[in-house]
Design a protein. Structure first.
Length: 150
């Protein structure tokens, strides 16, 4: 299981997801450009000392990610899906893709996803925080695939 962040906008959210991934033994792909200067200083506050324990792979662009991504399905978390994240069968090699906090992902990225899932929410709400969304879906994926750390 892996996480990919498409052009993240907010350093504390990115740091939180790096921390979560470090604790759960999950690599994080960061697809640039970011909406902030990329580096440990940007992540340090939310990521705390977990930045040193994480596996972060930088990709200079969407194309670079596509050319170098590990094998596995690309599972996009999106409000434009009709499939709840709890209703698919995750695979151990899945890559959970999260879009920009401000805009999600562009159509070209949306169309490449092998699977699209959403987190059901109460009517009148738009979206959850990206780090919260990542935690919910990653937790379900790790549970299904038996990949939580021992």
């Amino acid at each position: 299981m892996q996480i990919a962040l498409y052009q993240p906008d907010i350093p504390p959210n990115t740091g939180t997801m790096i921390r979560m991934a470090a604790c759960l033994g999950v690599p994080v792909h960061i697809i640039e450009p970011c909406g902030f200067p990329f580096g440990e200083k940007s992540f340090r506050r939310a990521g705390m000392d977990y930045v040193d324990q994480s596996t972060v792979i930088r990709h200079k662009s969407w194309q670079d990610f596509q050319n170098n991504r590990p094998r596995g399905r690309l599972v996009l978390l999106t409000t434009r899906s009709r499939t709840p994240y709890t209703e698919i069968q995750y695979e151990p090699t899945d890559i959970l893709l999260l879009g920009r906090e401000s805009a999600g992902v562009p159509e070209e990225v949306h169309n490449v996803a092998d699977q699209r899932v959403l987190i059901p929410m109460k009517p009148g709400t738009r979206s959850l925080n990206v780090a919260v969304s990542a935690a919910m879906v990653l937790g379900e994926a790790l549970r299904q695939t038996g990949q939580f750390p021992a």
